[in-house]
Design a protein around this ligand. Structure first.
Ligand code: 5GP
Length: 189
């Protein structure tokens, strides 16, 4: 049986990565897609593990050659999901998780109406800002820009199948695993 496509979106800093790592640790039938980006690697980020770090030219070639399942620009950089990995793994029966921003998530739903769209929100804007500052990967200007985008992203939450507040990583991961295992079609609520 073909696997399910699960999209986890939500503002930068909400903790999507931590939740996804926990799901992958607990659920052997789930795989996570590694995105391509033109953003420069942060300290400690490894090519092919966190992202495929490529140039703008390479990214635009991939768009032209239809190698991207979806892509978007976020704060001046391209981010996209390589088509082949996701398709191959869905075909092999694995559930594939995409951890992406909100516009890309909504685009995926247009192409894969059966995809399950999960929106992760932070308990509050203040908490989100605190997490972005605490993680220390962006300077004050970039934090402000990400908060601006987050305000718009939060308004899109109602378009998602599932809305969850990330106040406890372990609990949220378990809720998502339950949802993945019981849903054959997308659920509202
Ligand atoms: P960051 O620079 O913090 O790694 O990522 C910025 C935003 O881009 C995050 O919200 C992240 O989830 C999102 N993102 C990462 N990969 C992709 C992707 O392949 N496609 C889309 N649309 N967004 C992505």
């Amino acid at each position: 049986m073909r696997g399910k496509l699960i999209v986890i979106a939500g503002p930068s800093g909400v903790g999507k990565g931590t939740v996804v790592r926990e799901i992958i640790r607990l659920q052997k039938n789930c795989r996570v897609s590694i995105s391509a980006t033109t953003r420069k690697p942060r300290t400690g980020e490894v090519n092919g593990q966190h992202y495929y770090f490529i140039t703008k030219q390479e990214f635009e070639d991939k768009i032209r050659n239809k190698q991207m399942l979806e892509y978007e620009q976020y704060n001046g950089n391209y981010y996209g999901t390589p088509y082949e990995y996701t398709e191959k793994n869905l075909e092999a029966g694995f559930n594939v998780i995409l951890e992406i921003e909100v516009k890309g998530a909504l685009n995926v739903k247009k192409m894969y109406p059966q995809a399950l769209l999960i929106f992760l929100k932070s308990p509050s804007f203040a908490e989100l800002k605190k997490r972005l500052i605490y993680r220390g990967t962006e300077g004050p200007e970039e934090v402000e820009q990400r908060m601006q985008v987050a305000r718009w992203e939060m308004i899109q939450a109602e378009k998602f199948d599932i809305l969850l507040t990330n106040d406890d990583v372990g609990l949220v991961a378990k809720k998502i695993i339950d949802i993945i295992n019981r849903s054959s079609v997308s659920i509202k609520g």
